[in-house]
Ligand binder design. Structure first.
Ligand code: ATP
Length: 723
């Protein structure tokens, strides 16, 4: 039957509207208006199906002429299953069908949409299938309060209209999809910006949540993390609730207070849902209620926080733990499949953000640890001894000062040699202090103090598990001294294999942590000290020649105290001041004769020994003078034969105005006398021989040259001895 003019005009108008109007509501309202010109109905609706014909959703509704209109319930535009709904029956015969609700409702008494229609006075529905390219895509529904009468022509026209509407719906869905993708891209871009600009956990995820909220309506956003060591329990890593929720209660976490003493129960609740959190899932309305019936953890959210829909998206599931993003809504239809897709699309970014945060947090932890170690080590070296610098003005010490001045502002390696207690560490500190690195740490390692493996780990650090007992990763002193100075004390004691590793650091400025496989760079200036004669060690095969040359770039030699007796008076004066203060004792004066004895003594322990002798004297002295009783005994370990006493020259008194000299020094020998006697005794035992294997120098454990110098000073001639 040919279409009437009116029909032709309608179809033309519809076609024109469909091709020109992009805005969905505007377009379908125009379609409804045009249809009303020919057909009489109170409500027009459009349902659409998914491709698999498994789900349906409301696409559009015009109810402007309904007697008592009710707007569609929230979530009506979300997909719901077709199975079990009246649509299932329609699909069995997808042609135009006329439905009397009063009959249908008998079979579908629980079908809420029918109840709603009836409440609004609707009694009849004409269902027009929407076909597109041979595929059923939905229904156009015309609903009426009275029994409609459609002629055969009307139905033919409806079918034509339906094919146009199907195109319009399809276009509109495609526009929606494009818009959704656009929105998702914007979301991803905004999230990326947040990730790039924010480094702290809370503000970062708050920004991500805010961006996501622009697209998906949720009441709760939570990132929950399970770390390998936390046995199944998820920690709320970042959780945000709607502002009107109680911010103290993380929404989905069980309240630990309620489980006091029943922690096992709480853990089992979490374990029950662990599998649920491993898969992406959308649980809305009845589905969520079913979860709440099954799992106490979900019931808790249902009862306590009125959760009615939940969206779960795992971020990762790995051997070292898991992370999951959950959204919750108090609306039973709060989320739809598009929301799930939107959140899933964010997973790579959220995963990256989490990784970054973990890394940042780990770095912060390590930084704190390093800072602590630094402070400790800097303290160790700075408070070890007073940093008064070098006291004394002997020619030997003046030369040392000059050498320090020459080398300090370079990065050259300095080898400081000298007997024990001569001030090698003081020199090292002075070099560091005078260098441009003074603002950074001076880190000390005593190479003689630890077993080889520990020295290696001290020097280069170790990774967790590098050896038994390495429970934590530890950074080494070379790393600690980066930008500063490392002081290797007693470097002559370093085992040979470590000498090779040290050589590599000196040459390449590179090293590896024990048990690590990463090459680390260091910019540490190296100062080394030893009281051994390294040339001898090299000759004896105990010290690598190549390392020796590397270390000996700029040697500074400290003379023993007995070779710079001029320094003794200023040192005594200095230490009397500082030690008396430290020991909270009055500053007592030293007898000139005692000073002479101190100057005459050989000081095998050098300045450290002098310091100890003075400390002891300060402690034991009670009267106006410093008493050196203990020192005299210590200085004369051997019974000495009587020897001619040389008169000691006058020496200035130190300390406060000296009182009248009481002659209680008379029973004691002076140090010079003691020393003279001691050397004479040794010479007698060796038949006057000074050097060589059976010489007095060996007996006295001093350098033959030093012994000769002392003999000359004390006026001992070999001939005298030989008698
Ligand atoms: N010229 C000096 N002026 C002031 N104090 C000094 C001087 N030389 C050394 N001392 C002090 O003597 C003590 C020993 O010095 P230091 O530890 O530097 O010696 P060392 O040669 O490194 O000894 P060792 O070889 O036993 O490690 C320290 O208390 C130090 O402060």
């Amino acid at each position: 039957m040919p279409a009437t003019n009116q029909d032709e005009t309608l179809l033309l108008h519809l076609n024109e509207a469909i091709t020109t109007i992009r805005e969905k509501d505007q377009l379908f309202q125009i379609i409804a208006r045009k249809l009303r010109l020919i057909f009489s109905f109170e409500m027009m609706g459009i349902n659409v199906f998914d491709k698999e014909l498994l789900h349906k959703r409301l696409f559009f509704k015009d109810y402007t002429t309904v007697p008592s209109p009710e707007p569609p319930p929230p979530g009506a535009d979300q997909f719901t299953p077709i199975a079990g709904s009246p649509v299932e029956q329609l699909l069995a015969d997808p042609r135009i069908q006329h439905i009397a609700l009063s009959e249908y409702v008998r079979h579908y008494a629980d079908f809420e949409p029918f109840q709603r229609l009836l409440r609004q006075g609707i009694q009849y529905m004409t269902m027009v299938p929407l076909w597109l390219n041979g595929r059923l895509t939905g229904y156009l529904i015309l609903a009426t309060t009275r029994l409609p009468s459609y002629t055969h022509d009307d139905e033919a026209l409806l079918e034509k209209i339906a094919s146009l509407v199907a195109v319009a719906v399809n276009n509109s869905l495609e526009f929606e999809e494009v818009a959704r993708r656009e929105q998702q891209r914007t979301l991803q871009l905004n999230v990326t910006n947040a990730l790039l600009s924010i480094k702290q956990r809370e503000p970062l995820f708050r920004a991500v949540a805010e961006e996501l909220r622009q697209v998906v309506a949720f009441d709760y956003f939570g990132i929950r993390v399970r770390r390998a060591e936390a046995r199944g329990t998820y920690e709320g890593f970042a959780e945000f609730a709607r502002p009107d929720h109680d911010p103290r209660a993380p929404l989905l976490a069980l309240d630990p207070n309620r489980f006091a003493g029943r922690e096992g129960e709480m853990a089992s609740y979490y374990n029950q849902v662990a599998d649920l959190l491993n898969h992406p899932g959308l649980y809305a309305g009845d589905d969520y209620r079913a979860l709440a019936v099954r799992y106490p953890a979900m019931r808790y959210a249902y009862d306590e926080h009125h959760v009615r829909a939940m969206l779960v998206v795992p971020i990762w599931q790995r051997a070292d733990g898991a992370a999951v993003l959950t959204l919750a809504s108090s609306q039973p239809t709060g989320f739809g499949p598009a929301d799930l897709a939107t959140v899933q699309a964010l997973v790579p970014q959220v995963a990256l953000a989490l990784e970054n945060l973990f890394a940042f947090e780990q770095i912060e932890e390590l930084k704190a640890q390093v800072e602590q170690e630094r402070t400790y080590l800097i303290d160790e070296i700075n408070t070890d001894r007073p940093t008064d610098g070098l006291i004394g003005s002997s020619p030997a010490l003046r030369q040392v000062r000059e050498r320090i001045g020459q080398v300090a502002d370079t990065d050259a390696t300095v080898l400081i040699t000298g007997e024990t207690g001569t001030g090698k560490e003081v020199v090292a500190r002075a070099v560091h202090q005078a260098s441009p690195r003074r603002g950074r740490a001076l880190v000390k390692l005593n190479c003689a103090a630890l077993p080889a493996q520990l020295i290696e780990s001290e020097l280069f650090g170790h990774e967790k598990g590098a050896f038994t007992g390495a429970v934590e990763r530890r950074i080494g002193k070379f790393e600690l001294a980066d930008g500063g100075t490392i002081f290797l004390d007693e470097v002559g004691e370093l085992p040979l294999d470590l000498q090779a590793k040290l050589l590599r650091v000196l040459q390449e400025k590179e090293f590896e942590r024990l048990g690590g496989n990463r090459v680390l760079k260091t910019d540490a200036r190296v100062l080394a000290a030893t009281n051994r004669v390294l040339e001898d060690e090299v000759r004896a095969g105990r010290f690598r020649a190549d390392l020796y040359y590397r270390l000996n770039v700029f040697p500074i030699v400290l003379a023993p105290l007995r070779e710079r007796t001029e320094d003794i008076a200023p040192l005594v004066q200095h230490y009397l001041g500082t030690l008396s203060k430290r020991l909270a004792r009055p500053v007592r004066a030293i007898r000139p004769a005692d000073l002479v004895r101190l100057q005459a003594y050989s000081w095998p322990g050098n300045i450290r020994e002098l310091e100890h002798v003075l400390e002891q004297a300060i402690i034991v002295s009670r009267g106006p003078w410093l008493e050196f009783g203990g020192f005299a005994a210590a200085a004369a370990p051997l019974a000495l034969p009587p020897a001619p006493v040389e008169a000691a020259g006058p020496a200035p008194a130190l300390g406060p105005a000296a009182p009248e000299t009481p002659d209680n020094a008379a029973p004691l020998k002076t140090l010079r006398e003691q020393e003279r006697d001691h050397i004479l005794l040794a010479l007698r035992r060796t038949g006057g021989r000074v050097s060589g294997a059976s010489g007095a120098a060996v007996l006295l454990d001093i350098n033959p040259k030093t012994l000769e110098a002392r003999m000359k000073k004390l006026g001992i001639r070999r001939t005298v001895v030989a008698d």
